[in-house]
Design a protein around this ligand. Structure first.
Ligand code: C2O
Ligand code: CU
Length: 688
């Protein structure tokens, strides 16, 4: 709905701009009609142009009001306060000021065929109030267009004042010019007006000035958007979310480098991951320059037990861009989080880094490099990570536990792990099956359909759901970085998990490992908002929150690091100007995330799990729904909450890593924590 309405608004503004431009130039040329007969015809047409302008204006107003009637104010307050007046005031002036004068002129020129035009008629045709209203429509539409491209969010009066004043100045200047022209035309001794000579020359002159000014703005904008060669992530603009700031005392500051996992005892499990470049052929004849862990893409699956102290040694053999390992979704101590420039230095070729953490949550996670993460994940520097419950003696049923990690590879397209096509597997009927879905593909919201058995969604983003009901003909949609576990008892007949709707990629489970792919049923999308049974949580919708933050996701046309483009913004800004959410340990934190943009943004908070309180105003009524990678679609608004119980500096970014790499990134910062690390071109640390 939101996407349709914004589409209508864009189209209407575009038409309003074009039509009013044509109408305005026609109006200013009425005067040069030559004969009254021609002027008579042109005048009638000019009145019809008022109708043409009214149509897109109505469309724009209707779409805006529909938005206001159905959605939260964050989506429309700027539109109602800016777009509506900018549309309606000029339109009204067309109908109230221009049209009656045009009607009079039309009557006055009826049945007269004098040429040249008598002075009286000339004056009527050159009245500023005949021409200016059409010109105002163009200026109004252009201003709306500007506000669509450079969205004023969060809405504040200051930043919108400059464009509004510029628009008003343009109207005043045009009015003045028109007034002078009117004075000249009214001179009875003046010769009959003709189109001014040299107007092309003048137009060219004006264009040159405009282009010059634009170029200047471009150069200044490009220069000033360059990221500093070295900066601390802790230097961003602070947002205290309505809470009070600590009285800062540098003597009590704590470096996050101290916030490690246990270093003083033997680990229960030791793992070595070697990052290296390797050319592999995922599909015959298509060499792919992969970045691998231990020579494979994806990297090896890491399995561990709840409560184990795990030690992972990362060795970078030859990836000059550097590497780190981030444990996506696992809430580890801050210094083990693996973000280059935030929690460690990037590991360069020949170097190593040791991570240590206790696996404190069971569930499905993944790991990936957080140095040049967009490129690293695209090239394969990631793998799945599963934390299993502690062994329950004897009674643990034989479970079929399958990880299904979907990713798009160059030359292969969407694959499960590194394999395309249908995979078949023998499963004895009666066996409990768990499918761990992990989507690591940027951009695509992937869907999965399970047929042949009812199933339950047992976990989202590594967090078990309470009392999940059986589902059938429900498809799972997984955002990039997201995970869901599906469980069922293996029936006698085959079960098929389809990745996408084509039936060409998936996993077929059957008694004997054979069988053919079934037709996919009609499905509805899985909706966690009322799924499962409620249970107690540490924080609820009616908690007394210490901090309340707002995160408005949108687009704007601007510069990022010297390059111009359509950027993805958080609260109107791109990194490093995005806000830093400041908290203290123990705070109950609520964040409202809304997406006013045109595409999905899977928002990923490190080190914490967000409890979804509501979506689009509808409270979450099922099982507690925790997420670390929350897909916020255009027009959606989520309220989420978490307990600030893991001190440090934590990334909070869009997990469409392309978006993160052009500035859709910010962080959560605990007061009193400092980081010794730096990011920027001089440092070798490039987390995105
Ligand atoms: Cu999976 Cu900050 O990333
Ligand atoms: Cu995004």
């Amino acid at each position: 709905m939101f996407t349709i309405l914004t589409g209508i608004i864009y189209a209407c503004v575009f038409f309003l701009l074009i039509l009013s431009w044509i109408a305005g130039s026609k109006a200013s040329k009425l005067l040069y009609g030559g004969s009254t007969e021609r002027l008579h015809r042109k005048t009638r047409k000019q009145i019809v142009w008022a109708v043409y302008l009214t149509l897109p204006a109505i469309g724009l107003v209707a779409a805006t009001l529909a938005m206001a009637a159905t959605m939260a104010p964050v989506f429309w307050e700027d539109r109602v306060l800016l777009h509506l007046p900018l549309t309606l005031v000029p339109l009204l002036s067309v109908w109230v000021l221009a049209v009656p004068r045009l009607t009079k002129l039309w009557k006055a020129t009826r049945n007269v065929s004098a040429a040249p035009l008598p002075v009286e008629i000339r004056k009527q045709a050159a009245q500023p109030m005949v021409i200016l209203p059409y010109r105002m429509s163009t200026i109004g539409a252009a201003t709306i267009f500007y506000f669509l491209l450079v969205t004023p969010v969060p809405f504040r009066l200051g930043p919108v004042l400059v464009p509004i004043l510029l628009a008003a100045a343009a109207v005043a200047a045009l009015g003045y010019a028109q007034e002078r022209k009117y004075g000249r035309v009214g001179d009875p001794n003046a010769p009959a007006p003709t189109l001014p000579r040299g107007r092309w020359l003048r137009a060219a002159g004006i264009s040159c000035v405009v282009i010059g000014v634009a170029a200047l703005i471009f150069i200044v904008g490009s220069r000033s958007s360059r990221l500093p060669a070295a900066m601390s992530m802790a230097d961003g603009p602070m947002d205290f979310g309505g809470g009070t700031a600590l009285v800062h005392d540098p003597r009590t500051d704590l470096s996050l480098a101290m916030l490690t996992g246990p270093r003083d005892r033997e680990p229960d499990r030791k793992i070595t991951l070697t990052a290296e470049k390797k050319t592999i052929e995922l599909s015959p004849g298509e060499p792919f320059d992969a970045w691998t862990f231990n020579g494979q893409v994806p990297g090896p699956e890491l399995r561990m037990k709840l409560g184990e102290l795990v030690e992972v040694t990362l060795i970078n053999r030859d990836i000059e861009e550097g590497a780190t390992i981030h444990w996506h979704g696992l809430d580890v101590p801050n210094a083990e989080d693996g973000v280059a420039g935030a929690t460690q230095e990037a590991v360069m070729p020949g170097e190593r880094h040791v991570y240590r953490f206790v696996a404190e949550q069971t569930g499905t996670f993944w790991y990936h490099s957080h140095q040049h993460s967009q490129e690293a994940v695209k090239k394969g520097l990631f793998g799945s990570l599963v934390v299993e419950p502690e062994a329950t003696e004897g009674i643990a049923a034989e479970e079929e536990d399958l990880t299904i990690m979907t990713h798009v590879w160059k030359g292969v397209g969407m694959a499960i792990g590194d394999r395309s096509g249908i995979q078949r597997k023998k499963v004895v009927p009666g066996t409990p099956v768990r499918l761990r879905l992990i989507n690591t593909q940027d951009w695509v919201r992937q869907d999965y359909t399970l047929t042949g058995t009812p199933f339950r969604v047992a976990a989202i983003d590594g967090a078990d759901l309470n009392g999940p009901q059986e589902l059938e003909n429900v498809r799972i949609e997984l955002t990039t970085g997201g995970r869901m576990d599906l469980t069922f008892l293996m029936p006698d007949a085959p079960v098929f998990l389809s990745v996408g709707r084509s039936g060409k990629l998936g996993v077929l489970l059957s008694r004997d490992g054979t069988g053919s792919v079934p037709d996919l049923p009609e499905t509805t999308a899985f909706n966690p908002i009322d799924y499962g049974t409620p249970a107690a949580t540490a924080v609820q919708a009616d908690s007394d929150f210490d901090r309340e933050f707002e995160m408005i996701l949108d687009n704007k046309l601007a510069f990022y690091n010297g390059e111009f483009g359509s950027l993805y913004t958080t609260n109107g800004e791109v990194f490093p100007n995005t806000p830093m959410f400041m908290v203290q340990e123990g705070d109950l934190v609520k964040t409202t995330i809304s997406n006013r943009g045109a595409v999905d943004h899977p928002m990923h908070l490190h080190g914490h799990h967000m409890l979804v309180l509501s979506r689009n105003g509808e409270p979450s009524t099922g099982s507690p729904w925790y997420s670390d990678t929350l897909d916020v679609q255009p027009g959606e608004i989520y309220e989420v909450a978490f307990v600030a119980d893991n001190p440090g500096l934590w990334m909070d970014h869009c997990h469409n890593l392309v978006h993160a790499s052009v500035g859709m990134s910010m962080h959560l910062m605990y007061e009193g924590i400092t980081t010794p690390y730096r990011i920027g071109s001089d440092t070798g640390n490039h987390p995105e």
